[in-house]
Design a protein around this ligand. Structure first.
Ligand code: UD2
Length: 350
């Protein structure tokens, strides 16, 4: 791919700013459209220090058709990251999440119909899966069943089959049937469907990437809806031990933000990626307990031992980690940043 002019919606945020660095390093020109929401950027609506000076920043909302049209002028490709994030919070702010995520995507697509681009990449989420994929006692794979309230109240954390047998989590591939159990998950699924549908109809080659638990420098530590890793780091910084929900043995796939940026860049440039939905994870399962211990260690605060609360967070899934075979095959994606290495970089940034 020659030098392209690329618009990143949400380009001043955590993932967007790293993607901007990645694209600039590969010789592209980058414009960001970002509303600089106070939840992420603080109350000042100021350009964040970490954003490369080479990024042309348009301050504006993705739901504002005029702002979107202006931001699209002269660009060759779009990466659509602008989104309200926070699974739990989406259940309290239905109108807001639907407005930013669904309506924002619709406004962008409307503008793209008038002014198509060579490639559109949209950020989706592992949240569309709900529970991940599991191995049943008779050796089949099956979507993990949702855990019942009575099961959780009894402190029985693992998903079980109809006979009460424990299931073993396995990597989740893209063809696992979605279970949309939050407004956020539904809005992310809608975003990817909308983009793929309109992209196909108007011949805009489109790729949907399902991000797993993304971590790294610049993740907003003060945002209460951010991921567990940032929550643990900020608790430790404030002298509080990390709190583990359930028994802390739930598994996730923590993917470093540099690897996510790599995947986005490849999705922009690889010919055969158009029309695909691809997992972007590390392909490795890590327990929340391991996360707490590892964060404490890299911060030199391992004396602050994580506390198992035995409490559960409403709507949480038990295990989900990525099968990244398809992204490897289609994009040539290969996660490069090991978890320890990624945590060290994060701790230096804190
Ligand atoms: C949700 C979304 C994911 C992404 C992510 C934000 C789902 C299934 N996934 O992932 O798409 O948006 O949020 O990074 O909806 N935990 C603790 N202690 C804490 C906080 C969390 O033990 O103080 C546990 C929590 O119970 C869960 C795990 O850590 O089992 C991960 O929580 P998370 O909020 O980082 O992310 P997750 O997987 O719910």
């Amino acid at each position: 791919m020659g030098r392209k002019h690329i618009l990143i919606t949400g380009g001043a945020g955590f993932i967007g700013s790293h993607l901007a660095d990645e694209l600039l390093a590969h010789g592209h020109r980058v414009r960001a459209l970002d509303a600089l929401v106070p939840q992420v950027h603080g109350p000042g609506y100021e350009r964040p220090d970490y954003l490369s000076p080479e990024v042309e920043l348009h301050v504006g909302d993705v739901r504002d058709a005029q702002a979107v049209r202006r931001a699209l002028e002269g660009v060759d490709c779009v990466v659509h990251l602008a989104s309200a994030v926070g699974v739990g919070q989406s259940m309290y702010e239905v109108a807001h999440y639907t407005s930013v995520n669904n309506q924002g995507t619709a406004v962008l697509l409307q503008a793209l119909i008038e002014r198509p681009v060579e490639r559109l990449v949209v950020a989706s989420s592992m949240s569309v899966y709900g529970e991940g994929l599991y191995l049943t006692p008779d050796g089949r794979t099956a979507p993990g069943p949702e855990r019942s309230l009575s099961q959780l109240q009894a402190g029985d954390w693992e998903p079980r089959d109809a006979n009460g047998a424990r299931l073993t989590p396995v990597p989740t591939p893209e063809d696992k049937t979605p279970t949309l159990s939050s407004v956020y998950a539904l809005s992310k699924f809608d975003q990817e469907r909308l983009c793929l549908l309109v992209g196909r109809a108007y011949r805009i080659p489109t790729v949907a990437l399902r991000f797993f638990n993304v971590y790294g420098p610049r993740q907003a530590l003060s945002n209460p809806y951010t991921g567990v890793l940032a929550i643990f780091a900020s608790r430790l910084l404030n002298g509080n031990a990390p709190l583990l929900f359930e028994d802390g043995l739930q598994q996730r796939d923590f993917v470093n933000v540099h690897d996510v940026a790599q995947a986005c860049r490849l999705a922009l440039q690889v010919e055969g990626a158009a029309g695909q939905v691809l997992n972007v994870g590390s392909g490795r399962a890590v327990t929340v307990r391991e996360v707490a211990r590892a964060v404490g260690e890299v911060m030199g605060l391992s004396r602050m031992r994580p506390a198992v609360t035995g409490k559960y967070r409403m709507g949480d899934i038990r295990h989900c980690f990525a099968d990244i075979t398809r992204a490897r095959e289609v994009l040539g994606y290969a996660p490069r940043v090991g978890f320890q290495e990624g945590l060290l970089e994060l701790s230096r940034w804190l």
